[in-house]
Design a protein around this ligand. Structure first.
Ligand code: ADP
Length: 384
């Protein structure tokens, strides 16, 4: 097993800094003791020459990977252990966890190696001696612990974002509903002239509008939950995209969002896709309403439909406030709102739903945005 038996004890004694000879009365030589140690230890010992060619591997590694230890000898370490660091990366007494895979069971082991370059008297590297320990269980437990901690942190952040959203988004409508109800009560106690009737009607309208807003928020939360739980039923239909988007844009423009109009640019020839029209409406409507909502006072938003090979791409573009860089990676998360939203109302749920629904329709969504310049949201769907 030991290619150069005379070298190993020398190196071991160099590595352990114990050059003194042991006095053993049973007559067992120090060399034999070392051999017994390396053969029975669970630790993995590897010795390469200065060219990183394996000269020795302990039986423990061969046992772990279910190979013949001789299989390794004479081969470059990188050819049998692909993840092994190259010489410049190895620092004396540095610990490194390296994944090794059994060629038979394909099981992955995580081995923590400690590297020790051995130098000649002229200061050149003579050999590399590495001691390894199987730390698979330790590393997996650590990963599990980190994942749990990460999930818990995420959940806590989600909770505080929900509380912040709920306190902003529920308080105003509830306060309006309460004050309108109290005013109606007061007006009803007075004489009931046509003026009071108008005022009452006005307050009733306010109550209805705010109740609708609360209902919409609740529906969004439920829709997201259903989408994530895969409870949304998909009903595929052939959709003529240009016509579909044009009609949607016209309907949104009729809702009068501060007298602004969304512009639609379609391709010369109509393209149809097989999709769920109601989910597609939800996706595009959300993006278009956001484009209007976050670009008050700027140029009108645009919707572009483009055909790219086997995909259709819909771009919703605005020239509004844009999204700060540090918020960009989070905006598809639940209840997340960028720092620059100011007094603009919102729950931070829309894009989360849009992303989940796009996934359901086998589509893709991405965006680019520049603070103060505007945003471009892209969705693409395969044409089947
Ligand atoms: P909200 O109800 O807050 O609009 P969304 O989930 O639709 O929730 O969007 C999440 C956040 O992403 C918004 O609060 C806003 O900060 C940012 N955002 C989305 N669309 C745009 C846009 N077109 N321009 C600027 N910011 C946007």
């Amino acid at each position: 097993m030991i290619k150069s038996p005379s070298l190993l004890p020398n190196i071991l004694s160099t590595a352990t800094n114990n050059p003194e000879k042991l006095e053993i009365s049973s007559g067992i030589t120090e060399e034999k003791i070392l051999q017994l140690f390396v053969e029975n230890s669970e630790d993995i010992l590897i010795l390469t020459n200065s060219e990183m060619v394996l000269e020795y591997v302990s039986k423990s590694l061969a046992r772990l990977l279910e190979i013949q230890d001789m299989d390794f000898i004479g081969k470059k370490i990188s050819s049998v252990m692909g993840n092994f660091p190259s010489l410049p990366l190895m620092k004396p007494n540095q610990r490194m966890v390296i994944p090794l895979i059994s060629s038979i069971t394909k099981r992955k082991y995580l081995i923590e190696f400690l590297f020790n370059p051995i130098y000649t008297s002229e200061g050149k590297i003579q050999a590399i001696f590495a001691i390894g320990k199987d730390v698979t269980d330790r590393e997996l437990s650590l990963k599990k612990f980190k994942d749990t901690a990460f999930k818990e942190k995420e959940l806590n952040q989600l909770k505080s974002r929900f509380v912040s959203m709920a306190s902003h988004e529920f308080r105003t409508p509830l306060a309006t509903i309460l004050s309108s109800a109290m005013l109606i009560e007061m007006l009803m106690q007075k004489d009931f002239g046509p003026e009071s009737k108008d005022k009452i009607l006005n307050h009733v309208n306010k109550i209805v509008a705010q109740t609708n807003r609360l209902t919409n928020i609740t529906s969004d939360v439920l829709l997201l939950e259903r989408t994530i739980q895969s409870d949304t039923r998909i009903q595929h239909k052939k959709v003529l995209l240009s016509k579909f988007i044009q009609e949607m844009v016209t309907a949104i423009n009729q809702e009068n969002h501060d007298h602004r109009n969304v512009k639609f640019f379609g391709p010369d020839t109509e393209k149809s896709i097989l999709t769920d029209p109601s989910l597609l409406t939800h996706i595009l409507r959300n993006l278009i309403i956001n484009a209007l909502k976050y670009s008050g006072g700027a140029l009108d938003p645009e919707v572009h439909l483009q055909v790219r090979g086997n995909y259709v791409e819909i771009l919703v573009k605005d020239y509004g406030m844009g999204i700060p860089k540090e918020d960009q990676e989070h905006i598809f998360g639940s209840f997340y709102r960028a720092k620059n939203v100011g007094n603009i109302k919102g729950t931070g749920l829309g894009l989360n739903i849009v992303k989940e629904l796009t996934k359901k329709l086998n589509g893709d969504i991405w965006f680019s945005s520049k603070l103060g310049m505007g945003s471009e949201f892209f969705v693409s769907f395969p044409v089947k």
